[in-house]
Design a binder for this molecule. Structure first.
Ligand SMILES: *Cc1c(COP(=O)(O)O)cnc(C)c1O
Length: 479
């Protein structure tokens, strides 16, 4: 493909993408293929000689689309949203074309500098405390991680490194190996936290305790305090807490104000995982849920979930970037440059070395929607969730399982878990909408998340109609 052909084919692809997204309602949201389906559709070997564009292009509909789950269909209500917007897609074309690898400032200055400034913009939209902003002149700042899972892991590894250092300083005569010190460390999260938090503990080799939550599925300060005291009494060293704002199960909120108070008193690193709900904190009416962030050492949310920035863009802020860069600092000669120290070398802030120019898509989105446009977007989704909640309320076969705060409605039939499981399965087999279930404290429920940007009021009514129809069928079979 030469430049002339690229101009032509690139435009064709843009047209294809616009047609795909604008007509996505016409496609079945969840595919009907079986595992291994692609092997039957394409050859066993890569072609010897290059093929024609027309033949490659044709195979998008023949090979790929039959096996795509259409996350941007308004009938997609599973998991949580993943963002998708035209400004972000266009910015990613530019990022791919510049194609730089921004591991140090010198490896492509614009890549680092735009990220520093745009994360300050976003931090200000969230009204984060000054200490988290790079422009405040302290040690704070933001970084784009690939995923919330990585942000949690980076925070935990940094807390671990800090505590190993502190321990050695405090006990210079013990001469313990790092591993022996780490064996005493304990980290905490709630029984509702995302599976990535448990994995961070496994990868970092730090014991992770899942503490029980209150009636609203929220982790409270006294629960943490009791656990910390008990562990200290046994000679263990509490180091880290991951609080969740907007759990994946039911969008519950830990009490970060209470947890933060305990962390401050006990000298623990508090990390806040607000992967989904964090986007809503750009609206003043939701910002109170973030109170307590002043006690956090690190905070993370995913603009790639709910803020119109395509995957991957997970924004993380820290108060003291030395604590994370020192945890990962290794310095081979080929990565040194003469401006070291004046701007962040982001390679010290995360696990991979290589990094894409991801701040471009965030920059495009923030500029083209504006703070107001993004607030409207969030509010629209929350309103739709409440509309659906009201529909559920009109049918006394159902109950709402958890308070609806953002764009997620958790509900269930007032029947056994088994019946609810059968209902969920029947809904997905029916195929007109797609949802996933969850279970909290042995209660199985259905989750309807407002996901795609094109979702509207009629889609809520449609989803409810489908659910009611399938419910009647399932309950009839019961009898
Ligand atoms: C989605 C989610 C995650 C995982 O996000 P990734 O960016 O895919 O790692 C973690 N925590 C919570 C609360 C989430 O909702």
């Amino acid at each position: 493909m030469d430049a002339e052909e690229f101009r032509r084919r690139g435009k064709e692809m843009i047209d294809y993408v616009a047609d795909y997204l604008e007509n996505i309602r016409d496609r079945r949201v969840f595919p009907e293929v079986q595992p291994g389906y692609i092997r039957d559709l394409i050859p066993d070997h890569a072609p010897e000689s290059g093929e024609r564009w027309e033949d490659v292009f044709k195979d998008i509909e023949r090979v790929i689309m039959p096996g795509v789950t259409h996350w941007h269909s308004p009938q997609f209500h599973a998991y949580y949203p993943t963002a998708n917007s035209y400004p972000a897609i266009v910015a990613d074309i530019l990022s791919d074309s510049i194609g730089c690898i921004g591991f140090t400032w010198a490896s492509s200055p614009a890549c680092t500098e735009l990220e520093v400034v745009v994360l300050d913009w976003l931090g200000k939209m969230l009204n984060l405390p000054e200490e988290f902003l790079s422009g405040s002149g302290g040690g704070g700042g933001g970084v784009i991680q690939s995923t919330a899972s990585e942000a949690t892991l980076v925070a935990l590894l940094s807390a671990r490194a800090r505590e190993i250092f502190n321990y050695k300083k405090k006990h210079p005569d013990q001469h313990l190996e790092d591993g022996e010190i780490m064996a005493k460390f304990v980290a905490y999260c709630s029984d509702q936290s995302h599976s990535s938090v448990e994995r961070a503990g496994l990868i970092a080799s730090v014991k992770m305790r899942h503490l029980s939550t209150d009636g609203e599925h929220s982790l409270r300060g006294h629960t943490l305090q009791e656990a910390v005291s008990k562990d200290r009494a046994q000679g263990l060293i509490p180091v880290f807490v991951c609080a969740t704002l907007g759990t994946t199960n039911s969008c519950a909120f830990d009490n970060t104000l209470e947890l933060g108070t305990v962390c401050e008193k006990e000298g623990l690193w508090m990390h806040i995982d607000a992967a989904y709900a964090g986007s809503a904190f750009i609206c003043p009416e939701f910002r109170p849920l973030l109170d307590g962030v002043q006690f956090a050492e690190s905070f993370n949310f995913n603009p790639h979930k709910w803020l119109n920035v395509n995957f991957d863009c997970s924004a993380m802020w820290v108060k003291n970037s030395d604590l994370i860069s020192e945890a990962f600092n290794v310095d081979p000669l080929y990565l040194k440059h003469e401006n070291q120290g004046k701007m962040p070398d982001y390679r010290h802030w995360h696990i991979p070395l290589g990094r894409r120019f991801r701040s471009l898509k965030l920059w495009f989105v923030l500029r083209m929607y504006g703070h107001k446009g993004l607030q409207e977007y969030i509010r629209k989704d929350v309103k739709l969730a409440h509309e659906f909640e009201d529909l559920v309320g009109t049918d006394d076969r159902f109950e709402i399982f958890a308070k609806v705060v953002m764009g997620l409605v958790c509900f269930r039939l007032k029947k056994s878990n088994e019946v609810n499981e059968r209902l969920l399965k029947a809904i997905n087999t029916d195929g007109r909408i797609h949802m996933v279930p969850s279970k909290v404290k042995d209660t199985y429920f259905l989750r309807l998340a407002v996901c795609a940007s094109r979702t509207n009021s009629d889609d809520m009514k449609f989803a409810w109609k489908v659910i009611q129809e399938v419910t009647s069928k399932v309950l009839n079979e019961e009898k």
